[in-house]
Design a protein around this ligand. Sequence first.
Ligand SMILES: CC(C)(COP(=O)(O)OP(=O)(O)OC[C@H]1O[C@@H](n2cnc3c(N)ncnc32)[C@H](O)[C@@H]1OP(=O)(O)O)[C@@H](O)C(=O)NCCC(=O)NCCS
Length: 194
Amino acid sequence: MIETNRLVLRLWREDDILPFSEINSDKEVMEYLPKCLSLEETEQFYNRIVAEHNAFGYGLYAVEKKSDGCFIGYVGFHHFDFDADFSPGVEIGWRLARKHWGQGYATEAAKACIDYARKHRLFNEIYSFTTVCNRRSERVMQKIGMGRVSFFSHPSLPKGHKLEPHVLYKLELPDENFGIGGKSIDEIKHNYKP
Ligand SMILES: CC(C)(COP(=O)(O)OP(=O)(O)OC[C@H]1O[C@@H](n2cnc3c(N)ncnc32)[C@H](O)[C@@H]1OP(=O)(O)O)[C@@H](O)C(=O)NCCC(=O)NCCS
């Protein structure tokens, strides 16, 4: 679906579940997430990802290396609706297998997702957030041009949990051919009732 120099971002297949489960059970990958996932939990996560693609036409994409076709994790979009003043909204997120970190893959894939969202006018703004200790993930947010807007306590985590403090980033996706709220001036004029 989405191609970069080195990667293909595609819809998911059932044979992604096992390698995805390996990623989700790796303590290092999951260090800044609430817990490692069992195979069953990975299957449930897989089903939620597929359902989100079916509902919206976009979501978290399975990331594959072009050089060898290897599945290395996900990058893409997710609708969130937890209790926060910037919610509900769409976030961009990433999770890659440990052995593929540090080669710019997350940044390359995330930039391509942003370009895709802009081109297809999927939404006008996108968020990303992570626990404040996750500097690697925050660095990816910065490298794709997002700006830090605030800090917040993630409401899904218990009060006092070490991962509770989060940093929030945002990117506006203005479309120069469009006016306020993604509508063209002609559309606004047409629907305008004084
Ligand atoms: C976050 C993650 C997707 C990044 O993947 P990646 O392909 O290694 O990312 P990139 O190579 O594109 O960029 C990583 C950047 O972080 C930097 N970085 C790495 N470790 C860092 C650290 N401890 N502190 C600050 N920056 C760090 C890298 O140097 C690089 O920046 P640079 O290009 O300016 O040098 C990957 O580490 C991962 O899957 N982590 C586990 C899952 C996760 O935490 N997901 C986010 C949950 S919100």
